[in-house]
Design a protein around this ligand. Sequence first.
Ligand code: ATP
Ligand code: MG
Length: 420
Amino acid sequence: MVKKIQAVRGMNDTLPDQEYIWDFFEQTIRKWMAAYGYKKIRMPIVEYTDLFVRSIGEVTDIVEKEMYTFLDHLNGDSLTLRPEGTASCVRAVLEHNLLYMGPQRLFYSGSMFRHERPQKGRYRQFHQVGVEALGYSGPDIDAELILMCSDLWARLGISGVCLQISTLGSIESRKLHRSKLIKYLEKNLDHLDEDARRRLYKNPLRVLDSKNPEMQQIINDSPKILESLDKESLQHFEELQNILNEQGIKFEINPRLVRGLDYYNRTVFEWVTERLGAQGTICAGGRYDDLVEQIGGKPTPACGFAMGIERLLDLIVEQKKDIPASVPDVYVIHQGKGTAKQAWETVNHLRNQGLNAILHCGNGSFKAQMKKADSSGARFALIIGENEIKDGVVSVKYLRKRIKQVNIELLDAIKLIKGT
Ligand code: ATP
Ligand code: MG
């Protein structure tokens, strides 16, 4: 026997029986984004490696060990499968001069790739919806983005998601915090793991992002960014909290929230749940006021977030029980001389009338065809036999209700199936 080829580790198929949840999610996202005036943008899955190195930061988990980077053998370019969407989105906005028309409210959805250890809620190909507001200095837009998330949880029918916020301050206040942090970490050198020692001078903030359980005490006791804040950032943070309070959004200030990417400043936030075990962050974001300039644009304030679709779908499946699966309206069966041609015409007619119709293919006995009709999930079977053709009718059988089969004209059958 030939050896079977399997999917790449950490990269999943979505089978048809799961599709209804994705479908519900995607439809909800589309309506939600339209309600807030955010427009969809689609970027390529592959970018020049340099884009991510420059934006996410050289000394981050993503760039150091998680990116799928490869040489394009045809021309020697270093390319990378996108590990996140913000950098690509900003690149596209600049490339097409969208900011020339004023601030932009944008969103995207698609696959992201990170070479991580696969486990529940953590995959190598995963999916995100990202939302970016470019050209707004906040804090009102920061609040809008957060409020929108809260609205989305309601639309998706999920609860038990908590908001954590913090601020990273300005570049200057980060410098001050950085020097305090380095001093503190130097004093605790014995307790730092290898990653932390390597990052100590290059990117000490990253030490605080460590997931190593043995590092958590050191991190907890470290100097807090909130204690080094500049006046404007403090004011920005307070105004954000005021809006959230006014709008009745509960939150917790988590001074340990540093995010895994370097481009953030000021507001950062995460939505977390305890229902998913270790992988509890379903949505994360913040301000990135320097990124546009870093990628080659004019200084432009911006804020955004991304949510992990797989983790959200797990929550939806657990909590929302009334998502309708999409089933065909009608399954068309035919048997006897001259019935095939009639069946082709009938399904066309049904489809032109807006019904979802499956035509039985592959012949088979009447009983076998009825079995297929039943397992298709369709609500009705429509039967075309020689007698029906002779009488100018079709037989309609209710597949999900105990109601007697009827022989009626096709136009009446359509009305019946449509429920009018
Ligand atoms: P984590 O701390 O869980 O590694 P992160 O800070 O690396 O997350 P972000 O880059 O902020 O994640 O991505 C935003 C969201 O995308 C996360 O909150 C999570 O829901 C989802 N996500 C990130 N990495 C993965 C992954 N490998 N598999 C599935 N979902 C992911
Ligand atoms: Mg990560």
